[in-house]
Design a protein around this ligand. Structure first.
Ligand code: URA
Length: 235
């Protein structure tokens, strides 16, 4: 979509709208082989070269990131290392800024989506959309098969919540390891569900978000979602 050049430069984090005039005057912006001198010119971001380079992600950001333990999903640098520090630094100057789709705790690793498209965040976190999320859990003591119906019942109440957790699927994969599939995302839900049943979660990793996995991504790495990924998310 065509937009004013000064608005484009500020929303992609190059400079303020005020500074756009100087950027044009200095010949830093080109379109179809010509310098653009008018900051009010209406242009298509995808067709621009800024300092000779195309705009990064002109149609918006949507990436899957392999979050390591120790990083927070908050933007506040006072909270420590942020997942945004693992992404290109220039993205932090964009408006809107990229945000995570839901959150993972500092002590949880795994799959997190990051986007600058608020509609996607809304869609993918809305309880109506019912996206299954798969977690790999290591607990402090042997898992009992009786946990399977307890998670599946849809009656588990967590402290401070008004509604019971929705039915969740537990697959026991080892003496103290399991996969849990949730269709919702209450605060610290996996840890609190296990705690309500007498278990302490020692490590927690999100391995899938709908059909998306972390295949090919080392900790701290990210990749753009392609058409097949969007289809897997029902988008
Ligand atoms: N449940 C948790 O307890 N923590 C997370 O990070 C995600 C789900």
């Amino acid at each position: 979509m065509k937009r004013r050049l000064d608005q484009i430069l500020s929303s992609y984090g190059y400079c303020s709208r005020k500074e756009a005039k100087a950027w044009c005057r200095d010949g830093r912006v080109a379109c179809a082989g010509e310098s653009v001198r008018d900051p009010a010119a209406k242009l298509e971001p995808r067709e621009l070269l800024i300092d000779g380079e195309p705009i990064d992600h002109p149609d918006g950001i949507l990436v899957v990131l392999h979050k390591p333990v120790g990083y927070v999903c908050s933007h506040d640098p006072a909270e420590g290392e942020r997942i945004y520090d693992l992404l290109p630094i220039d993205w932090q100057a964009r408006d809107p800024q990229p945000v995570s789709v839901g959150r993972l705790d500092r002590d949880t690793s795994g799959l997190i989506l990051v986007t600058d498209q608020s509609m996607l965040v809304h869609r993918l976190t809305s309880p109506k959309h019912k996206v299954p999320k798969t977690y790999e859990v290591l607990v402090d003591k042997p898992l009992s098969a009786e946990l399977i119906p307890a998670f599946a019942a849809g009656t588990l109440m967590l402290d401070g919540e008004k509604e019971a957790c929705r039915p969740a699927e537990l697959r026991i994969t080892g003496e103290r390891t399991a996969e849990l599939v949730l269709m919702e995302g209450k605060y610290h839900q996996v840890r609190r569900m296990f705690a309500a049943l007498g278990y302490h979660v020692q490590t927690l990793h999100r391995s899938r978000f709908a059909e998306l996995s972390l295949e090919g991504l080392e900790e701290g790495e990210f990749r753009d979602l392609g058409a097949a990924d969007l289809a897997a998310l029902g988008l």
